[in-house]
Structure formats: structure tokens, C-alpha cells
Design a protein around this ligand. Structure first.
Ligand SMILES: NC(=O)c1ccc[n+]([C@@H]2O[C@H](COP(=O)([O-])OP(=O)(O)OC[C@H]3O[C@@H](n4cnc5c(N)ncnc54)[C@H](O)[C@@H]3O)[C@@H](O)[C@H]2O)c1
Length: 297
């Protein structure tokens, strides 16, 4: 917007994902001004070479690009669409990139409300480690020219970024991703249960599965910790519960039936009800065991 050589970024939401992303943007040479409700997170960004802001208004004023990385729909509604939010203070012509995982409908609402600015929905996968290492996968909805304008930001925080359609499309791809991840965990859990209950060496069995058509990244990376019942997060059940809500909501909006999607959502819901909300999503194994009266926990 201002034609400076160093584009300035206002960054809202410096949590588990946002903090390392903001740090990578600082390292890539952007002038990053950050705000979070948590003052410690703002101080940590300042220690890393960013500029602290005391409000959303202060963070986004004068910024060429505004980035948000917030927990869920209601936070985006407040921080972006709210009275003293991003849209109330963002510069005309600026680019808003929302990395949060939210409902496609909310992303479309943000895009519709944003007049005179450019908006991309850009949810990510790759987890905390991917954010730290700057190797996230970024699924983007919006206009081609805006995607091109965001290239340097995406390069600083991610390894791959793809434009998959208009506003909200990035969120739909992220929902599909969470459906497959949750479903795969549930099926691997049932496979472990079946083998163990049958008196089979489940470890040797999973090695076979991992090397064949049943193989997956989840079997590759998580079969050892699942067999050991180590459900240290990772990606928490609570977040996956939020994401399954997004999946079911998106299915309603698209008017399609996703029978397995509903079952996966029930699995995740059961894990939460059993007190596993802050455990890793591989903890769906504990739900499978409970259903058959074979709890190991
Ligand atoms: N953690 C992961 O492994 C992971 C992986 C991929 C995607 N995601 C998604 O990324 C998003 C962020 O996840 P996270 O793990 O960083 O969450 P988090 O809760 O650690 O961070 C969110 C931050 O937003 C801040 N915040 C909330 N409301 C605010 C407001 N009105 N103004 C300013 N700051 C506000 C919170 O204080 C917090 O620091 C979520 O949508 C999540 O589903 C997370």
C-alpha cells in the first residue's frame, strides 16, 4: 500500500501457531507488528524483533498486509468483523490473510464484508512443528491476483501453497483434510483393537499394513506411539472436535451426506466426553477400546 521496500504486516493471534509464523515473517524481512489478548505473547514477539501493539487497531493501522491466526469462528467474528476489529481499521487496498481454521461460511462472510480490501482464507496443516520450521501446507481461497500478492508471506511460513477456488474454498479443503485425518485415526485404532483382541502381534501387523496399500502418513508416523498408548499432543482432540463441526457444517451447506464423517465426529465427541480433550487425536484408540470393554487406560 505505502510502496515501502519492506512490506509491513499487522499480525493478530500469536498462539501456538501464530507465534512461530510471526517469527518466520520477521526473519524473512517483513516489519511485523503483533497483537494478542495475551500480553506475554506480544512481549515474546517483541523479543524476536517484531513490534508490540496494544490493540487490533494499532497492529493493523498502516499495514500493507494483515494476518490473523485465531482459534475458531467466534474469535474471527470478534477480531475481524467486530466493532473495533480488523475491518474497522485496516487500510484501503490492504491484503487480509486469515490462516485460522473456520467454517467456509464464515470465511465467505468476511470476504463479503470486506469492501475496498483484498481477502484470502488460508488455513494450514503441518502443526506446531511445521509452523516453527516454516514448512506449512497452505490451502487458499480467493482471487488469483491476491494469491500472487501473498506469495512472499506464504513462502516465509510454508512449503506449499495452492489456490483452490474462491472465498471459503481453502476452508473446504482444510475440512476435507481433517475428515481424512480423523477417519484414518479411527480406522487404525479399530485395526489395532482387532489385532490385539485376536491375540495377534499388532506391531508386526501394523508394519505390514504400513508397507502396503493400507499405508499412510499416520501409520508411518504414529503407529509406535499408538501401540504404546502415548497420546501426548500433537494435535488436541478439542481442536479436532471443532474441525469435525466445520466438516459437518460444510456438508450441510454443500447438501451432501457424509455417513463416515458423522461417525468420525462421534468418535471425536466421545473422546472429549471421556476427558481426552487435551490429548492427541490418536487417542481415538481409547474410544475404540472402551466401546468393546477393553480399556487399557
Ligand atoms: N495447533 C495446531 O497444531 C494447528 C494446526 C493447524 C491448524 N491450526 C489452527 O490454527 C488456528 C490457531 O491455532 P493455535 O493452536 O495457534 O491456537 P491458540 O489458541 O494457541 O492461539 C490463538 C491465539 O489467538 C489469541 N486470540 C483470541 N482471540 C483474540 C482476539 N480477539 N484478539 C487477539 N488475539 C486473540 C489467543 O489469545 C491465542 O494466543 C486454529 O484455528 C487451529 O484449528 C492449529
Amino acid at each position: 500500500v505505502n510502496g515501502d521496500l519492506v512490506p509491513s504486516i499487522g499480525f493478530i493471534g500469536l498462539g501456538i501457531m501464530g507465534a512461530p509464523m510471526a517469527r518466520n515473517l520477521v526473519r524473512a524481512g517483513f516489519a511485523v507488528t503483533g497483537f494478542d489478548l495475551n500480553a506475554e505473547a506480544v512481549a515474546a514477539l517483541a523479543a524476536d524483533g517484531g513490534k508490540p501493539a496494544g490493540s487490533i487497531a494499532e497492529a493493523v493501522r498502516g499495514a500493507d498486509i494483515v494476518v490473523t491466526m485465531l482459534p475458531a469462528d467466534q474469535h474471527v467474528e470478534t477480531a475481524v468483523l467486530g466493532e473495533d476489529g480488523v475491518l474497522a481499521h485496516i487500510e484501503p487496498g490492504a491484503l487480509l490473510i486469515d490462516f485460522s481454521t473456520i467454517r467456509p461460511e464464515t470465511a465467505q462472510k468476511v470476504a463479503a464484508a470486506a469492501t475496498g480490501i483484498r481477502v484470502l482464507d488460508a488455513p494450514v496443516s503441518g502443526g506446531q512443528q511445521g509452523a516453527v520450521d516454516g514448512v506449512l501446507s497452505i490451502m487458499v481461497g480467493g482471487a488469483e491476483a491476491d494469491f500472487a500478492a501473498a506469495r512472499r508471506v506464504f513462502d516465509a511460513v510454508g512449503r506449499v501453497a495452492a489456490l483452490v477456488g474462491p472465498a471459503g474454498a481453502g476452508q473446504v479443503v482444510k475440512a476435507a483434510n481433517q475428515l481424512v485425518v480423523g477417519g484414518t485415526y479411527a480406522l487404525v485404532a479399530e485395526a489395532i483393537l482387532l489385532m490385539e483382541a485376536s491375540g495377534v502381534d499388532a506391531s508386526a501387523g501394523l508394519d505390514m499394513l504400513a508397507g502396503g496399500l493400507a499405508g499412510s502418513r499416520i501409520l508411518e508416523l504414529k503407529r509406535g506411539s499408538m501401540l504404546a498408548r502415548d497420546f501426548t499432543p500433537g494435535f488436541r482432540i478439542d481442536l479436532h472436535h471443532k474441525d469435525m463441526g466445520i466438516v459437518l457444517d460444510a456438508a450441510r451447506q454443500a447438501e451432501v451426506a457424509l455417513p463416515f464423517g458423522f461417525q468420525v465426529a462421534a468418535y471425536v465427541q466421545a473422546a472429549r466426553a471421556q476427558g481426552l480433550g487435551d490429548r492427541d487425536h490418536s487417542g481415538l484408540l481409547a474410544v475404540a477400546e472402551q466401546l468393546s470393554g477393553r480399556s487399557t487406560a
